[in-house]
Ligand binder design. Structure first.
Ligand code: C2E
Ligand code: MG
Ligand code: MG
Length: 756
């Protein structure tokens, strides 16, 4: 562009006409040349003028474009003076204010804002004018006539060029929609929080590292009560007040379960409630998935089920008590007919499987109707109750005693080994009636009749066994009442003897009915007496003299054997000492006393024998205990220890009935045995039975090799005597020499042999 380019169009016009005037004045020499030049300049100037016009137009266009950009930019622009008066603003800004630009310019910005925004604007502008940085504020604009409140974010900076005039530039971004979206999110959240807060059970959203991301009011209350910061709480702290995650069978961790199964789960925990009490909670936990389907945590809601469980327990108890009522007799509390049938059928099943025996006892009170008729029903009931109580006192847990109705009772006896055992129980039941029933100051004497049936002999079903026991009970009534009967007569007869003996055995000792017989033990070669065996007898008032096989097994079935054994031991030792003291027997002779297996099992045997020896003054080495081979085989470490201690005292130990059991050499070596007594069954058929001969020979040889004494029992013939001497057996017992006899006869026997 030329040097004139800065001149305006009118100035150029003026310069051109001035030049023409000067030229016209100087018309001499170079006029043409000058004119030409001037003409050129004019053209040049015209061109320049046209360029200038075009540039100007271009500029105006650009300016218009910028103005448009400025006006319609998506951001509102304002210039404000120090007092917040709007100097200028673009159309976008005016649109945000919802008014025409011309009506806004020159007015304070505060008039465009929502009520209450004035203070905020004031602070914002003050801040902007005191800072060289951009400052920001969120402003709410005046609500438009159609009720819309817009929100803007204002960024304000003091313009450097305008600083002298202290103006500032403010741009406004419409945040209404964003705020609305944000508010919607907040509203949604608040709504959801209200929803979970409205649930009365604690709810927690838990991350995979047990942190509580969100909780409802109920959970918060627990946290507050336990002084736990809800913002930084772990689930286990809130629920259990512990510092590590749940574990084990009592407190299974539901989070771990959900991670394994990816399915909702329920567990029961003991939690501390918001009131600080231990409660049972059902914890329901569901997985919380992220957009990729990965578990990001769990939602846990716990529900106090303490009362529910208590209610269930109560219900169960009630059910049980209803079941009890349905199966028991209301008056006596005993099982009723229904339960009895059920138990009996089970018992039959078991007995069938174990190939064992059982008994059913049918008990009917004698003349009970008279009690009911002469008193009243209440008295009858009281009697029945007491009868039931007396019955119950007799039975073990696994026996069943039931009331069938009226005055009828039934009993199931399991584990009975012999048919006669049932009779022993029946007898005991009858004995329960010996004591009178005292009802309303009246003494009532009652009896009962009992029928007995046995499985499998008398039936293998509930009906059959009950029916047959009932039949037997009627026979007992016919027999004159206050007695028992088996379903079959021969059983009754056999049982009676045993029952009779068993019941009178108790009195045998106190009534001095037991006596000892003594059988001498003989040196086979010299036929001299070298010892004596004590053998017990029962002088029964009704049945006469009874041998031990009749009553020892009965005594063993009850506790009587202990008392009886102690009596025998004392009596035998006393007698032996007396005989030694009076010179009837030598002081190096022994007395043999038989021990029952039951006695041998009891712990106090050692002390008992020691005491007896001390009390009687008999030397321990004058006492020999006889234990059977079977008892020896059953010996335990305790019993063999007892034997060893007795042996240490000097007491001798013989194995009775040797050869009838299955003893091993091992036992003979291990136990402190001093003598073997060959059982009389091997001796009785000598010399005819070659087996017995061989066995006797072998026992004698074995005893000699083991350095044990040997005694042959039951020697009845001279042949047996000679045979035993030949085999090296030195001592024997038997009718050939003497039978067992009472002490006075024994003394005469000694006298005679001495004289002989
Ligand atoms: P045991 O200890 O083997 O007694 C020997 C048995 O054989 C005695 O029978 C005796 O009378 C009998 N006897 C003796 N010599 C002969 C004979 O030559 N021929 C025959 N056939 N028999 C003979 P008893 O007194 O009836 O005793 C039987 C069993 O009862 C005894 O067998 C013993 O095991 C047991 N016993 C006897 N007295 C007592 C005792 O005081 N306490 C304990 N627990 N059991 C005893
Ligand atoms: Mg014996
Ligand atoms: Mg014997």
């Amino acid at each position: 562009m030329s040097r004139y380019s800065n001149l305006s169009h009118s100035e150029l016009e003026r310069m051109l006409s001035e030049s023409e005037r000067l030229l016209r004045a100087d018309t001499d020499t170079d006029t043409d040349y000058l004119l030409h030049n001037l003409q050129l300049h004019k053209i040049e100037l015209e061109i320049q003028n046209r360029d200038l016009m075009e540039s100007q137009k271009e500029l105006e266009n650009i300016r218009d474009q910028y103005a448009e950009l400025y006006d319609f930019a998506p951001v509102g622009y304002l210039t404000l003076d120090k007092n917040g008066i709007i100097n200028n603003l673009n159309i976008s800004a005016a649109a945000m204010f919802g008014a025409e630009r011309s009506r806004i310019v020159g007015r304070p910005l505060s008039t465009q804002l929502a009520p209450g925004m004035g203070r905020l604007l004031f602070d914002h502008l003050r801040h902007a004018f005191s800072s060289d940085q951009k400052v920001t504020a969120d402003l709410a604009l005046k609500t438009t006539s159609d009720g819309i409140t817009r929100y803007v974010r204002a960024d304000t900076i003091v313009h450097a060029d305008l600083e002298s005039q202290a103006h500032c530039l403010m741009n406004l971004i419409d945040t209404t929609e964003r705020r609305r979206a944000e508010q919607a999110v907040i509203d949604e959240r608040t709504f959801l929080q209200h929803v979970i807060d409205g649930v009365e059970n604690p709810i927690m959203v838990i991350s995979l590292d047990f942190k509580v991301l969100r909780m409802n009011e109920a959970a918060k209350r627990i946290a507050t009560m336990q002084k736990i910061d809800p913002e930084h709480a772990c689930c286990y702290q809130i629920s259990h007040q512990v510092d590590r995650p749940c574990d084990g069978d009592d407190y299974p961790c539901p989070l771990k379960i959900v991670l394994q199964t990816r399915l909702p789960t329920k567990v029961t925990h003991n939690h501390i409630s918001e009131f600080g009490t231990q409660r049972k909670y059902e914890v329901s936990v569901s997985p919380l998935f992220d957009d990729d389907g990965e578990i990001m945590g769990v939602i846990e809601s716990s529900h106090d089920i303490t009362e529910h469980l208590e209610l269930l327990d109560e219900l169960k108890e009630r059910q049980l008590s209803y079941a009890h009522l349905a199966q028991h007799d209301a008056l006596t509390g005993l099982p009723n007919r229904l339960l009895f049938a059920d138990r009996l059928s089970q018992a039959i099943h078991v007995a069938h499987r174990n190939k064992s025996m059982l008994a059913v006892l049918f008990i009917d009170l004698d003349r009970f109707k008279e009690v009911n008729d002469s008193f009243n029903h209440a008295t009858g009931d009281a009697v029945l109750k007491e009868v039931a109580e007396r019955f119950q006192s007799l039975f073990r847990e696994d026996d069943t005693i039931a009331r069938m109705g009226g005055d009828e009772f039934t009993v199931i006896l399991t584990h009975i080994k012999k048919d006669s055992n049932a009779a022993l129980v029946a007898k005991k039941l009858l004995n329960l009636f010996k004591k009178p029933f005292t009802i309303q100051n009246h003494k009532l004497y009652l009896t009962a009749s009992i029928g007995i049936s046995l499985y499998p002999d008398h039936g293998d079903s509930v009906d059959e066994l009950v029916r047959n026991a009932d039949t037997a009970m009627y026979r007992a009534k016919e027999e004159g009442r206050n007695t028992f009967q088996y379903y079959t007569l021969e059983l009754t007869a056999r049982a009676f003897e045993r029952v009779f003996l068993a019941s009178s055995l108790h009195n045998a000792i106190s009534q001095n009915e037991l006596i000892l017989h003594y059988q001498p033990q003989i040196e086979l070669i010299t036929k001299e007496i070298c010892g004596v065996e004590a053998l017990v007898r029962w002088q029964n008032r009704d049945l006469g003299l009874l041998t031990p096989d009749k009553f020892i097994p009965l005594a063993e079935e009850s506790e009587v054997i202990d008392e009886m054994g102690a009596w025998i031991m004392k009596e035998a030792c006393q007698q032996m000492k007396a005989w030694q003291d009076s010179g009837i027997l030598r002081s190096d002779m022994t007395i043999s006393v038989n021990l029952s297996g039951k006695q041998f099992d009891h712990n106090n045997l050692l002390e008992e024998i020691e005491q007896t020896l001390t009390a009687t003054g008999l030397s321990p080495d004058c006492l020999e205990l006889e234990i059977t081979e079977t008892t020896m085989m059953r010996s335990t470490s305790v019993t063999s220890e007892t034997l060893r201690k007795l042996r240490k005292l000097g007491v001798k130990v013989a194995v009775d009935d040797f050869g009838t059991g299955y003893s091993s050499l091992n036992y003979l070596k291990q136990l402190p045995i001093t003598r073997l007594k060959i059982d009389k069954t091997f001796i009785s058929d000598i010399p005819d039975d070659l087996n017995d001969v061989a066995i006797s020979k072998a026992i004698i040889a074995m005893a000699n090799n083991l350095l044990l004494d040997v005694l042959a029992e039951g020697i009845e013939t001279g042949e047996q005597h000679q045979f035993l001497i030949q085999q090296g057996c030195r001592v024997g017992q038997g009718y050939l020499f003497a039978r067992p006899m009472p002490s006075d006869q024994f003394e005469s026997f000694i006298e005679q042999t001495r004289q002989g």
